[in-house]
Ligand binder design. Structure first.
Ligand SMILES: C[S@@+](CC[C@H](N)C(=O)[O-])C[C@H]1O[C@@H](n2cnc3c(N)ncnc32)[C@H](O)[C@@H]1O
Ligand code: SF4
Length: 458
């Protein structure tokens, strides 16, 4: 199915990203350590039973002007050693309350740039994780890498350390765009790097592109898409760049006049959708694409795709997320807990107490149910309300009441062929997945009023 910008413009409003429900903007400060530890203990009896681990490395060798991640410039190896010591102390504190018979099915290293620190630090932390937890044979061990610092020998070492998934931050293949965002070009050709990763047994190799960056045009982004297809990546994400320098002052270094306009940005997204799908990729959710044989595409086809703060994953490997490091967010079935963002404050808190909570949120049963519905829409584009009611031991009437659902709210989507609804089953069409945040908003009782706290839905 080919899409057009006209159809997207109509739905381009403000709305939550739904990386979590309720969104991170609702988290409250002052989460007590004992409340979090009790939630960790309860999570031993929660579903899914698996364990997902997130490790945040807030260091980069060079700061890209567009970046929205929590990161600082590399200062010294002493500081990194101190940070690694804190990470290990935090892991020890939390692991003490997690039952040893539960299986780790995902480990995700994000940042910042985890591949910019010396690999012996990574090996040190992985060694501790293997001591404290039981890893499943099929555990996914992933790292977000900046290809400017990723050589073939680094890939060898990551493979030996147990990594089997890699995501490469490309952003744009053109050197003028990379220079405008203060970013170094990749160390090696991306196609050759991906070929090597696959030979080494890495699966689900992902590349990140960003549209809306300075000096990009519809034509230059079109070249990016074709180059991405040529790299043979298993997965591609096309993130939208939002220029918000009042919120992220580093972005002031980007001249607003060098940015593509809103219409041009939408045209880039549409081009990505049409070209990736025409080249055999499956659109697995908004701006994510995967090859048909990739496990994310297969999970989408069987309605078993899931999402957490680290991105899309399958229900098979999804677990309660225990997150370590500054700004990291643990995502347990009963609560979200985010660590202190400021690096020095995070380290001082860990050194004195073993934990560094900044804010969090305890979910009610109704919020868990609403979150489950929104997650199903965002990931699988499919909800069977009777099965959902059964799963949460409630009724369909109760679901419709707490979500303030009225069938008329779906009329416009149905008229535009973006979804079908028979009173019990909601099915989002492939085109509807591009505006899936708008569809999810129908079931979110908290978003009746549009506020400036949210980003554009497309
Ligand atoms: C932690 S970074 C990836 C690893 C590594 N630091 C790198 O830059 O290659 C995660 C991804 O977030 C995306 N990202 C970062 N800042 C963004 C922004 N302001 N808008 C859209 N995407 C952004 C980029 O695509 C980036 O690859
Ligand atoms: S985009 Fe990646 S490398 Fe650049 S500053 Fe952000 S986290 Fe660091």
């Amino acid at each position: 199915m080919e899409v057009t910008t006209g159809f997207l413009e109509k739905y381009n409003t403000q709305g939550p990203r739904y990386t979590s429900y309720p969104p991170a903007t609702s988290f409250k400060t002052g989460m007590a350590a004992n409340g979090f530890i009790n939630a960790v203990k309860e999570s031993n009896r929660s579903k899914p039973v698996n364990i997902s681990i997130y490790i945040h490395i807030p260091f980069c060798t060079q700061r890209c002007f567009f970046c929205g991640c929590n990161t600082t410039l590399f200062e010294s190896d002493e500081k990194i050693s101190r940070y690694i010591h804190c990470l290990k102390k935090e892991i020890e504190t939390v692991a003490e309350h997690i039952e040893k018979n539960r299986l780790v099915t995902q480990v995700h290293w994000g940042g910042g740039t985890p591949n910019s620190i010396n690999l012996h630090h990574v090996q040190d932390v992985m060694g501790l994780l293997r001591e404290r937890f039981t890893f499943a044979d099929y555990c996914e061990v992933a790292m977000e890498c900046n290809p400017a610092y990723l050589g073939f020998k680094d890939i060898d070492q990551l493979s030996v350390t147990g990594f089997n998934r890699l995501s490469l931050g490309i952003q744009d293949f053109h050197e003028n765009v990379l220079a405008a965002i203060n970013r170094r070009p990749p160390l090696n050709d991306i196609g050759a790097t991906i070929k090597y990763l696959k030979e080494k047994g890495f699966e689900g190799v992902n590349i990140d592109l960003v549209y809306g960056l300075p000096l990009q045009t519809k034509e230059s982004f079109s070249e990016n898409i074709l180059k991405a297809v040529k790299t043979d990546a298993d997965r591609v994400v096309t993130f939208s760049y939002a220029h918000i320098p009042w919120f992220n002052p580093e972005q002031n270094k980007i001249s607003a006049s060098s940015l593509p306009g809103a219409g041009e940005k939408l045209a880039m997204l549409v081009d990505a959708f049409n070209t990736f799908t025409a080249n055999g990729y499956i659109n697995i959710g908004m701006d994510h694409f995967a090859k048909p044989g990739d496990e994310l595409s297969m999970a989408k086809a069987s309605h078993s795709l899931h999402r957490n703060f680290q991105g899309y994953c399958t229900k098979k490997t999804t677990g309660q997320v225990y997150a370590f490091g500054s700004s990291a967010i643990s995502q347990l079935s009963n609560c979200y807990a985010q660590n202190i963002k400021l690096l020095d404050k995070y380290m001082s808190s860990i050194e004195s107490t073993g934990l560094a909570l900044e804010r969090g949120y305890f979910l009610s049963d109704d919020e868990k149910l609403i979150g489950d519905i929104i997650n199903e829409i965002m990931c699988n584009g499919y909800v069977n309300f009777e099965s959902m009611a059964e799963k949460h031991i409630t009724t369909v009437q109760h679901i419709f009441k707490i979500t303030r659902f009225e069938q008329s709210k779906l009329d416009m989507f149905i008229a535009d062929n973006l979804l079908s609804f028979d009173g019990n089953t909601l099915n989002v069409s492939p085109g509807g997945m591009l505006i899936v945040r708008n569809i999810a908003m129908v079931f979110d009782p908290t978003v009746t009023i549009s506020t400036n706290r949210h980003s554009q839905t497309i």
